[in-house]
Design a protein around this ligand. Structure first.
Ligand code: ATP
Length: 569
């Protein structure tokens, strides 16, 4: 049985490693030394979580509870813990400094099971029970172990890498080669539970790839759309009949209906049913099938009118949900179906799926089918686009109607292509960039950030490369929100998956976690930015970047890619 200590040693080694390859090797070697069931647990713990993204993973241990647990575990006054926390800023470090225990025999399983128990405590007196249980685990741990127990309990592990590294390490550990990473990634698009996938790879190696199918309750990665530069290109790409659907500016949602049990998942595959009880109820009313998985977009919608994205974002909340259900009514527009009564429909063509969708939904005020036209006459498509823009929509998504128009989870291919109004209104483009650094503000912005260093994703290198320093476009209310996020994600050391030129050194490094939408005029080349930089030559830079909004619905893995920027150049 694996000890927890071994995992802690791995954490320490990972924390001291700065090379991508080294991290993959360390992880792979560690995985190989474990039983399959331990691989499962370790896959979660290596990412600092205790389960797949689509389950509840928050243990509910804020600083206040953490301080009490440490005080109890090590018999130290709460005030003393608070002072140490004030000085050190990390409760993991505080716990390890106050812990004087020299021995421990904690197993990996013991620690993991206790994390799960802490998470599951709810109801009356839950605060006290959570603290007691965490204190019990801490009291049995050695100093170094308590550091990581605290960090995981608070969702604060931050080793500077994400799922992509882990998938690569699993490929190396169990298929014999990193070259199989993209196959492992494809499987992960369908089996999005990284622990389950890890365990299966440990058991069956290559044989487990491609064996997974969509399952109710486990969301698949969402299919995405590509973009083109001109409307003529659309016509060429889809020659003949095509479908054009309204493109809504809202939040992507995958709804899983299993009889009375209905769940909603976000584009990042997090569980969002609690935020949208009205969507769950609306689906209950509209869906005719016993078991079905639907794909759609939640939009702020009032009396037949589309409301702006910003309004919908106010629905992203833990508290006062009922109040906001009334204040900001939403409608969900469904455009796809992936599963019906025990059968995956992902290999079916889009026209076949659309038919199933229409047969299984009753439209109401709160549930609608995506509006569309299907035509071989391109001028009809153009008119449809104009109408959509008129109605306040973002644009259209053209969808292939060919026999091969399957649903491809996690893929941004040419079966779906978006065409947005920004593309014609102006030459300006929007980019989804990841914040990787910040600079101190001066003058009126003293005490706040002055500018943000932002990056695009280099998919093949699995790292973030800088494209712009964004210092304009922020409204007064944005500062507080962004400062909070910067505080949350700021890290001392530059993570290995960020590439920053020496000319651009920020005052603070920010862990890649927050995505912002930025508008800019054109892509130029620059010696100070690292995106697309080959052999230390010039990189791409965005001219006149301006902040538009925070994209909470996107994770760093959804950012604009270097390839996309290259395409626009
Ligand atoms: P953008 O940044 O342009 O809003 P995106 O980066 O969020 O788009 P894209 O792949 O560019 O994602 O566009 C697909 C997104 O558009 C989907 O994730 C979905 O949220 C949204 N969408 C709105 N209407 C539709 C539709 N009819 N069919 C498919 N996706 C739609």
């Amino acid at each position: 049985m694996a000890s927890f200590r071994k995992l802690v040693e791995l954490y320490e080694e990972l924390d001291n490693s700065t090379s991508h390859m080294k991290i993959i090797e360390l992880l792979a070697e560690h995985f190989q030394s474990l039983e399959p069931a331990e691989v499962k647990i370790t896959a979660y713990l290596a990412l600092g979580t205790i389960g797949p993204r689509f389950e509840k993973i928050d243990l509910g241990i804020g600083d206040k509870y953490g301080i009490q647990a440490i005080s109890r575990a090590y018999n130290v006054d709460k005030e003393k813990v608070e002072i140490a926390f004030g000085n050190q800023g990390d409760l993991g470090d505080v716990a390890s400094a106050l812990n004087e225990r020299q021995r421990s025999s904690l197993t990996l399983n013991y620690v993991f099971q206790h994390f799960v128990q802490i998470r599951d405590i709810s109801g009356k007196g839950s605060q006290k029970r959570k603290i007691n249980l965490l204190a019990e685990v801490l009291s049995k741990a050695r100093p170094l172990e308590s550091r990581y127990i605290m960090r995981i309990a608070q969702g604060n592990l931050r080793l500077g890498f994400g799922e992509k590294f882990l998938l690569e390490a699993l490929a190396l550990a169990f298929t014999g080669s990193r070259d199989n990473t993209s196959k492992v990634e494809d499987t992960y698009n369908i089996c999005t539970d990284i622990g389950q996938l890890g365990e299966s790879l440990a058991n069956h190696g290559m044989d487990s790839l491609g064996k997974f199918s969509i399952k109710i309750g486990r969301p698949v990665q969402m299919m995405l759309a590509s973009r083109v530069d001109t409307m003529e290109e659309l016509n060429e790409k889809f020659s003949g009949t095509m479908a054009a659907e309204e493109k809504y500016d809202g939040e992507r949602v995958q709804v899983h209906v299993d009889g009375d049990n209905i769940k909603a998942f976000s584009r990042r595959l997090t569980y969002i049913s609690a935020q949208f009880p009205d969507v769950i109820e609306a689906a209950r009313e509209s869906v005719k099938a016993e078991k079905i998985v639907l794909d759609g977009e939640i939009v702020a919608y009032r009396q037949g009118e589309f409301r702006p994205f910003q309004e919908l974002m106010q629905r992203r909340r833990k508290y006062h949900v009922e109040e906001y259900v009334k204040k900001i009514p939403v409608t969900v527009f469904f455009f796809d179906v992936l599963y019906l009564n025990g059968k995956s429909l992902m290999k079916w063509s889009y026209p076949e799926r659309r038919q199933v969708l229409e047969e299984n939904l009753v439209e109401t005020e709160k549930v609608k089918l995506a509006g569309r036209v299907v035509s071989a006459d391109f001028s009809r498509i153009q008119h449809f686009f104009d109408d959509c823009v008129e109605k306040g929509m973002e644009g259209i998504i053209i969808k292939s109607v060919k026999a091969k128009s399957t649903y491809r989870p996690g893929k941004r291919g040419w079966l779906w292509v978006k065409w947005k109004k920004e593309y014609i209104e102006d030459v300006r483009e929007t980019f989804d960039l990841v914040i990787v650094g910040s600079y101190y503000g001066k003058g009126r912005r003293k005490g706040s950030f002055g500018a943000l260093l932002c990056a695009v994703l280099n998919e093949s290198e699995k790292r973030y490369e800088t494209l712009a320093k964004v210092g304009t476009g922020f409204k007064d209310e944005d500062f507080e929100e962004i400062n909070d996020l910067l505080k949350k994600y700021s890290i001392e050391k530059k993570p290995v998956n960020i590439l920053i030129d020496s000319n651009m050194q920020p005052d603070n490094y920010i862990e890649p976690a927050v995505v912002i939408e930025v508008i800019g005029s054109e892509i130029t080349s620059s010696p100070s930015h690292t995106s697309g930089q080959e052999n230390s030559g010039n990189g791409y830079a965005l001219r006149f970047p301006r902040f538009l909004r925070i994209r909470y619905d996107k994770g760093p893995g959804d950012a604009t890619t270097v390839e996309e920027v290259k395409h626009l150049k």
